[in-house]
Design a protein around this ligand. Structure first.
Ligand SMILES: [Mg+2]
Length: 171
């Protein structure tokens, strides 16, 4: 059970995720969360660094799709200028949007890595659907209300995983 919340990797931010290393592991696509993974939840547009990150992935032929539980307006305004396919109101951790994205990318589960800042939505959803998963540290600590509740559960899961020696990083 606990294993479903365990990401394959942990990074401080998306910029530690290198397209060449992904490629060497057979990864051809990324499904990424938006809020607090790419930018703070209250920042509307991609930063120059994020735009460059998307460009870098593209140049290395890694496809990137954005899946968010946030609403259409938020996800559309952010994603369209990046030219990235996007899925809003995704209801992660449910598998539906993940599978839809994979299908649209034309890739197999094992060729895709799911990236996100929340165990209860991004990592659980990605693991359940059979993708690789990378947990990133949330960009900001403040969050929407529902997330505050999820974070409390997340902390207790992380503590249990740490006690069992399943994870080694510090948050
Ligand atoms: Mg998030």
């Amino acid at each position: 059970m606990l294993k479903l919340f365990l990401p394959d990797h942990y990074v401080k931010n998306i910029f530690e995720i290198n397209p060449l290393r992904l490629k060497s592991k057979g990864i051809k696509g990324i499904i990424t969360d938006l809020d607090n993974t790419l930018v703070p939840w209250d920042v509307k547009d991609a930063t120059p660094e994020v735009i460059e990150w998307f460009e870098n992935m593209k140049q290395n032929e890694i496809k990137v799709a954005i899946i968010s539980n946030n609403n259409k307006e938020r996800v559309k305004v952010f994603s369209e200028p990046l030219g990235a396919p996007y899925f809003f109101s995704a209801r992660k951790p449910l598998s539906r949007s993940f599978k839809k994205a994979a299908k649209q990318m034309g890739l197999k589960r094992e060729e895709i890595v799911v990236i996100g800042d929340q165990l209860l939505t991004d990592i659980l959803g990605g693991n359940k659907a059979g993708f690789h998963t990378i947990l990133v540290a949330p960009i900001v600590e403040t969050d929407a209300k529902i997330t505050t509740f999820n974070r409390r559960i997340e902390r207790s899961i992380l503590n249990r995983m740490r006690k069992k020696g399943m994870i080694t990083w510090e948050k």
